[in-house]
Design a protein around this ligand. Structure first.
Ligand code: UD1
Length: 431
């Protein structure tokens, strides 16, 4: 199992280029199921979850070419015949986002069999809202041996039916899954209380390029006029706002001077505001953000919310920064239960963090020291690397496969701006 060895103490200086968003790329790849035409996606990040999604699609009979030609970040997908519309447990267990194939599969083939998802161990993470929505569109869903089987009306022969769906709770992949299903439904579907994340808008842009009729993506009400068929399209994936945010914190925590380029600052409003409250200096351009030390960091509390609020996917990284701020920072996690697994590892490095229910209190500033620590999920791993960048001595991070699920060439990007970080063990091979 790969490990990172990080020696702290260097301010990060230079430029880091942001990759495409994993969380946009995954639903966009799943959208290819909706058509027999060819989907070409640009700016696909080379991360483990994308490779998992490729395996998932090919196991169903799709042709997927990842990173062909000179453009390593381009993917071409053709779902001509889907001979086996099953998302198998062996593949699904490592990636919760596999549930994103449920909606497109049933819409295209009338029948979908999808293993109940795995992925990051942050809370129960049910998919009841996906199921409820599909049932409202006329699907019949049964469960056996850890699999969900969904059939469109008339025992898989008919089309899904337009419906009025009000989400009980805001769900990102739930919105995306049902949005894809609705594109091929008969009649109009109106969704209320939708996720407004940029990844939903990115997917809707691709679907409209494929011939779908979607209005309102990016707002809480989305209307979809179902069409009988979709066609091939080409689409460029948005920059990864969470990767950009992680590197902004890397610049801030090390007191460096980093230019984070090829990102979309408009998607980072909540984080930018918080970093400024902490006293971090930011120069925000159209597609880049320069981050510089503004002297001592000040405590500023966060509370995670759905977009455009402070993202839960930045909570762990922000907590690493809070250990270096003067004063007490409260961090409230409202989206997922059990998303404080990085706390005990940060404390082992010398942080002073206590947790009560959904709120953690970070008392800073504490000097961090190196330790052997364990990565528990994708963003927690990033948080531990950030802490290690300012820790005294050499920190060894175990189980970095969590990090490989979602950050492209993470250690290379950090090394290029002066971090002392190396990988030990079987190097993740890019395919
Ligand atoms: C997506 C992101 C993930 C991010 C999360 C919240 C992808 C691939 N992943 O995950 O990185 O942390 O949004 O921004 O895009 N819920 C239910 N029933 C459901 C679905 C969700 O109760 O059917 C609950 C969840 O348990 C959670 C909340 O809704 O408490 C939000 O989850 P959701 O937005 O669905 O997260 P994901 O889409 O899985």
């Amino acid at each position: 199992m790969d490990k990172f060895v990080v020696r702290g103490g260097n301010p990060l200086l230079g430029t880091i280029k942001i990759s495409g968003a994993k969380n946009s790329a995954l639903p966009c790849m799943a959208a290819a199921i909706l058509t027999e035409g060819e989907i070409v996606l640009e700016n696909i990040p080379q991360v483990r979850d994308i490779e998992t999604e490729r395996r998932l699609l090919t196991s169903m009979g799709a042709e997927v070419e990842l990173g062909y030609g000179r453009a390593h970040h381009r993917t071409r997908i053709k779902c001509g015949i889907l001979s086996d519309p099953v998302a198998k447990y062996e593949i699904v267990k490592t990636m919760r986002a596999s549930s994103l194939v449920l909606g497109p599969l049933i819409a295209r083939t009338g029948i979908a069999r999808v293993a109940m998802p795995g992925g990051c161990a942050i809370g129960g993470r049910p998919i009841d809202l996906h199921i409820k929505g599909l049932e409202a569109m006329g699907a019949t869903i049964t469960q056996d041996h850890g699999y969900l089987e969904a059939r469109s009306p008339n025992n898989g022969q008919g089309r899904l039916q337009g419906a009025h769906i009000v989400f009980d709770k805001i769900t990102v992949t739930g919105t995306e899954d049902l949005l894809m299903a609705a594109t091929l439904a008969e009649g109009e579907t109106v969704f209320e209380n939708c996720a407004r994340e940029p990844e939903v808008s990115d997917l809707a842009e691709l679907l409209n390029a494929m011939g779908a009729k979607i209005e309102g993506a990016g707002t809480s009400t989305i209307r979809v006029k179902g069409v009988a068929k979709l066609h091939g399209a080409r689409h460029r994936i948005n920059p990864d706002r969470i990767e950009a945010g992680t590197f902004l914190i890397a610049g801030a925590i090390t007191g460096g001077d980093l230019n984070v380029t090829d990102c979309n600052p408009a998607h980072l409003g909540a984080l930018i505001a918080k970093l400024e409250q902490c006293g971090v200096k930011l120069d925000v351009g159209k597609e880049n953000i320069r981050v510089r030390s503004g002297g001592a960091l000040k405590a500023a509390g966060i509370s995670t919310e759905e977009y455009p609020g402070f993202p839960t996917d930045m909570q762990a990284q922000f907590m690493a920064l809070a250990t270096q701020a003067d004063g007490a920072t409260t961090v409230t996690e409202n989206i997922f239960e059990n998303r404080f697994m990085h706390v005990q590892e940060l404390n082992r490095m010398g942080a002073n963090i206590t947790v009560q229910g959904r709120t953690a209190t970070v008392r800073g500033r504490t000097a961090l020291e190196s330790a052997a620590v364990m990565c528990s999920d994708l963003r927690a791993s990033a948080s531990l690397v950030l802490a290690a960048l300012v820790a005294d001595g050499e920190t060894i991070l175990d189980r970095v496969y969590h990090l490989d699920r979602g950050y492209e060439h993470f250690e290379e990007k950090l090394r290029n701006v002066g971090a002392q970080i190396r990988r030990m063990g079987d190097v993740f091979t890019k395919k």
